[in-house]
Design a protein around this ligand. Structure first.
Ligand SMILES: CC(C)(COP(=O)(O)OP(=O)(O)OC[C@H]1O[C@@H](n2cnc3c(N)ncnc32)[C@H](O)[C@@H]1OP(=O)(O)O)[C@@H](O)C(=O)NCCC(=O)NCCS
Length: 194
């Protein structure tokens, strides 16, 4: 059965959430989570084959883990993981856009990356909980706005972001990094009810 929607109530600390029947717990990720997070990412993009070019292949788990190890060791990068029964079921990353892939010289702009939820938790409210935690953390870190890049063909994620108030901020463009057509979204952190 899917867990009930839940809230992360504390920033930067372990926070158990009462949800029936599986309690979710949330904690900041550490470098030792890199391999599990990389696996979650590779699993999470498997569906992208349905819209990706035929020659597309998922990113290498080893390379993703290597990149994550660098990110997770950086104080300016924040990653929240959600676990159920000791297993990773979701995560999200917030970093300064100035230091992310596709850096921009906008100190008040945060970058949201890797909002991933394990498939059996889709529709459970966990994505919304992680999203609220990420926007709350970015606000607490003094950012005014957030951006993300999503695959143009990832309809479910785009629907989710648009429902949460994100606005499309670019035309679709070919990104040789992931080998996908991507689109940028932005989200104002100030002047809205958290
Ligand atoms: C993106 C993700 C985090 C969203 O979490 P989720 O639990 O699936 O999201 P929700 O179910 O709350 O919301 C999805 C929305 O899309 C809608 N939706 C579902 N299937 C859809 C589809 N095929 N096309 C369009 N919209 C769809 C749902 O109805 C819902 O909208 P609604 O609440 O207005 O009805 C999750 O699907 C995921 O981890 N996907 C794989 C990884 C990924 O691509 N992450 C994004 C990286 S940028």
């Amino acid at each position: 059965m899917s867990p009930a929607p839940s809230k992360v109530t504390e920033r930067g600390t372990v926070c158990d959430v009462i949800a029936s029947p599986e309690p979710l717990s949330f904690r900041p990720a550490t470098v030792s989570d890199a391999d599990a997070l990389a696996q979650a990412l590779v699993d999470g993009v498997e569906d992208y084959r349905s819209f990706a070019p035929p020659e597309w292949t998922p990113p290498s788990r080893v390379r993703v883990a290597e990149h994550l190890r660098g990110q997770l060791g950086d104080d300016e990068v924040w990653c929240l993981v959600a676990e159920a029964e000791g297993q990773l079921v979701g995560h999200v990353i917030v970093s300064p856009a100035a230091r992310s892939a596709r850096p921009v010289d906008e100190p008040a702009l945060a970058h949201m990356g890797n909002l991933f939820v394990r498939r059996d938790f889709w529709g459970s409210g966990l994505a919304k909980t992680l999203h609220e935690a990420a926007t709350g953390e970015a606000r607490a870190r003094g950012f005014d706005e957030m951006r993300l890049f999503v695959a143009a063909g990832q309809a479910r994620a785009r629907r989710f972001y648009e429902r949460e108030g994100w606005m499309q901020a670019s035309e679709e463009f070919d990104d040789p990094g992931p080998g996908l057509v991507m689109v940028e979204y932005r989200y104002a952190l100030r002047g809205r009810t958290p």
